[in-house]
Design a protein around this ligand. Structure first.
Ligand SMILES: Cc1cc2nc3c(=O)[nH]c(=O)nc-3n(C[C@H](O)[C@H](O)[C@H](O)COP(=O)(O)OP(=O)(O)OC[C@H]3O[C@@H](n4cnc5c(N)ncnc54)[C@H](O)[C@@H]3O)c2cc1C
Length: 492
């Protein structure tokens, strides 16, 4: 039997990583040093692209049924609505923002992992590892003090912002810490005259206060506190901030969670060192503005899992794994820059800057196209891999997604327990012959194209190759590129 993959850290990223590997029948162990799941609500927002990927993984229904479907976000200032962006224009079957506490996300992911035959081994800490070239020798320290040596095929560090794996590899976590702190409160809110399924941002000369709905009368409140020392606030402090910066008439009660946080914007350059990978907060952290952190981390896991599965199943060359860091680090850089810009806009203090901000925001968000673009960008459906080394063909003049872009239809989003590409092509002899020739890589069923072309769609729903109808060599080249060297290199 082949050595298992070791996933370290059972936060949302490690859980979905282990579940995806288990779905693809790759032996996997998932360990976490903590004795139990987090009971903190932390990340609330699950965006459309993540839900699409959870759908393919086979567990989106439970999320959709559990979370609150937020329909819009409004920016308010001086008693007026400066901008209102609705999520209905998101080009996805999940055209809303799912609000679900991270503790619930982790509970649902753990149940999904269990359904796939996996489990979380808690109270086990990774305390050392050595990459031996043909595997990784890992030292695991159990809660009682027992030490275990585990030989893993690959090690994936999903061990959060203070990642031991990243530090042991000596990888620099490059970036900055913002000079502003924030307070966070999950509380019962009465008197907020905003629809219960809308996010509301209130700008005030002193700072911002943001309301995120969690359930009909419960909200997450976040407010910036400038350079004041970080401290968990009392309910009275949060109430005072809301009274000053909010619309008035609001009463807070029943706090479930009162906390504080600082904002770091940091990332590693390379998410891979030999047989060791980083994913999630271990590889990138940034401002929570835009609610992207957990989404980005879970999408790292989806990106890596199918590639690792193909390599472990000897169905693709290990060089396929090089695309993981190239693709995902580019996305992280983009999101770090977006969320950093959003945070700095919220933190503007001078009167002139605030006046200009109000003027510009009101102006640009009065344009429907800008509102649509903003909603789609936040939702993750615009994420693409234009510079992926996997992209093949381009077929100028052809309508439909290009290589590196997302291709989602009910057909391409169907769940498979094998890491398989989808062929989108007219049902003819050549298409059938292609599937027969590459049965270890392609799903047996074809998807019908809307236009006059052929698409090869990756297991994570991004186009790998596109060609004009009949130009089969493009698809052949892309598939041959997957398998290149497998017979020679085997497991390297
Ligand atoms: C206060 C707060 C509010 C936030 N709000 C949002 C939000 O609104 N939206 C959003 O998208 N994100 C938000 N985030 C960020 C979000 O929580 C993270 O992006 C997300 O948790 C990252 O998941 P992860 O699995 O990468 O890491 P984590 O959730 O940090 O999980 C890492 C796991 O690794 C384990 N571990 C660490 N070292 C070891 C080791 N050596 N051996 C074994 N196990 C180990 C830890 O015990 C932990 O369980 C927030 C974070 C905080 C703190």
């Amino acid at each position: 039997m082949s050595k298992p993959v070791l996933v370290v850290g059972a936060g949302p990223v490690g859980l979905i990583m282990a579940a995806e590997l288990a779905r693809y029948r790759v032996p996997v162990r998932l360990v976490d040093k903590a004795p139990g799941r987090t009971d903190q609500s932390r990340a609330l927002a699950v965006w459309a692209r993540t839900l699409e990927l959870l759908e393919v993984a086979g567990c989106a229904d439970a999320f959709v049924a559990t979370g609150l479907h937020a329909k819009a976000v409004g920016i308010h200032s001086d008693g007026k609505v400066l901008a209102r962006v609705t999520f209905a224009t998101i080009t996805s079957p999940f055209n809303y923002l799912l609000m679900i506490p991270q503790s619930e996300t982790e509970r649902l992911l753990e149940a999904h992992l269990r359904d796939l035959g996996g489990t979380v081994e808690r109270g086990i800490e990774l305390t050392d590892f050595v990459d031996k070239g043909d595997g990784v020798s890992c030292t695991l320290t159990h809660a009682g003090g027992k030490s275990e040596t585990m030989e893993a095929a690959w090690l994936i560090g999903c061990d959060g912002a203070h990642s031991f794996v990243r530090r042991r590899l000596g990888l620099a976590f490059e970036g900055d810490t913002l000079p502003t702190g924030f307070i966070i409160a999950d509380v019962h809110v009465a008197g907020l005259a905003i629809k219960p399924d809308e996010l509301a941002i209130f700008w005030h000369p002193e700072g911002a206060v943001v309301f995120f709905p969690i359930s009909p009368d419960r909200y997450r409140i976040i407010a910036d506190i400038g350079s004041a020392p970080l401290h968990a606030p009392t309910l009275q402090e949060v109430q005072a901030i809301v009274d000053r910066r909010g619309p008035g008439g609001i009463t807070l009660s029943n706090p479930v969670w009162l906390s504080d946080f600082g904002v770091n914007e940091r990332t590693v350059r390379n998410y891979r060192a030999g047989r060791v990978f980083l994913a999630g907060d271990a590889a990138h952290i940034h401002s929570p503005a835009g609610g992207q952190g957990m989404n980005m981390g879970m999408q790292d896991a989806f990106n890596l899992a199918w590639k690792l599965a193909l390599v472990e199943r000897h169905e693709a060359s290990p060089t396929l794994l090089d695309s993981y860091s190239i693709e995902r680090s580019a996305v992280a850089r983009q999101i770090l820059s977006d969320s950093g810009r959003m945070t700095r806009i919220v933190l503007l203090r001078s009167r002139l800057a605030r006046l200009l901000r109000g003027f510009i925001v009101r102006g640009i968000f009065s344009i429907p196209m800008i509102r649509r673009a903003a909603a789609n960008r936040l939702s993750g459906v615009r994420i693409e891999y234009p510079d992926s080394p996997l992209n093949t063909g381009s077929a100028r003049g052809l309508r439909g997604p290009r290589p590196g872009q997302r291709f989602t239809t009910a057909c391409t989003m169907s769940t498979s327990n094998l890491p398989r590409f989808t062929l989108v092509a007219r049902d003819d002899e050549q298409a059938r012959a292609m599937i027969a020739r590459h049965s270890s890589l392609l799903k047996p069923e074809l998807c019908q194209p809307a236009g006059n072309g052929i698409w090869l769609v990756r297991p994570d729903g991004y186009v790998m190759a596109r060609a004009h109808d009949g130009n089969w060599p493009v698809i052949e080249t892309a598939l041959a590129g997957m398998a290149a060297h497998t017979s020679l290199s085997g497991r390297t």
